[in-house]
Design a binder for this molecule. Structure first.
Ligand code: S3P
Length: 170
């Protein structure tokens, strides 16, 4: 079931960085769902949210996942909300292996404050508001994230740890 490896988790958990490195390490192709949506729409994620709305973005996420499930030997970094709607976590687990990169709300807040990626869901929030927002949303989303095939601690996580977990020869 390792033919498609889905990295899931909250915004800022390191899915994209780890995913690209893991793919290189195990000789798989790499796909970033957000990037693919932006390329297809020829628009940034913030522009998609403001011009089309979140509902349209979520539909495009579903469409991109269906397309990715037709490809093989692929590491996929998903958007933070992707496994949490349209039975997408079920599809990921059916078509491959999912790994939840778990971090505490405090660790996520610190990473998101430092991140340069523009994220419409957290735009303009103060540090205190951001922490509250993360706590609330993470609590809802963990119901889905916890259905992953594997759950790993995101602190100091290296691509080699993931390769070992998936039993790729090192
Ligand atoms: C979202 C996370 C983002 C992106 C969009 C919505 C979310 O991806 O898909 O801004 O709902 O958590 P990252 O998890 O890569 O930041």
């Amino acid at each position: 079931m390792n033919t498609r490896i889905f990295l899931i988790g909250f915004m800022g958990s390191g899915k994209s960085t780890l995913g690209a490195k893991l793919a290189r390490l195990i000789g798989y192709e790499y796909a970033d769902m957000d990037q693919l949506i932006e390329d297809t729409a020829e628009m940034s994620i913030p522009a998609i949210f403001s011009e089309h709305g979140e509902e349209v973005f979520r539909k495009w996420e579903r469409d991109i996942l269906a397309e990715l499930c037709r490809r093989e030997k692929l590491v996929i970094s998903t958007g933070g909300g992707a496994p949490c709607h349209s039975q997408m976590i079920d599809l990921m687990n059916k078509k491959g292996t999912s790994i939840y990169i778990q971090l505490s709300p405090d660790a996520l807040k610190d990473r998101l404050i430092r991140s340069k990626t523009e994220r419409p869901l957290i735009k303009g929030k103060s540090e205190t508001e951001l922490l509250e927002f993360i706590k609330t949303l993470l609590e809802e989303r963990e119901f889905f994230y916890r259905q992953a095939t594997h759950i790993v601690d995101g602190i100091s996580l290296q691509p080699e740890d993931l390769a070992r977990l998936l039993e790729f020869p090192g």
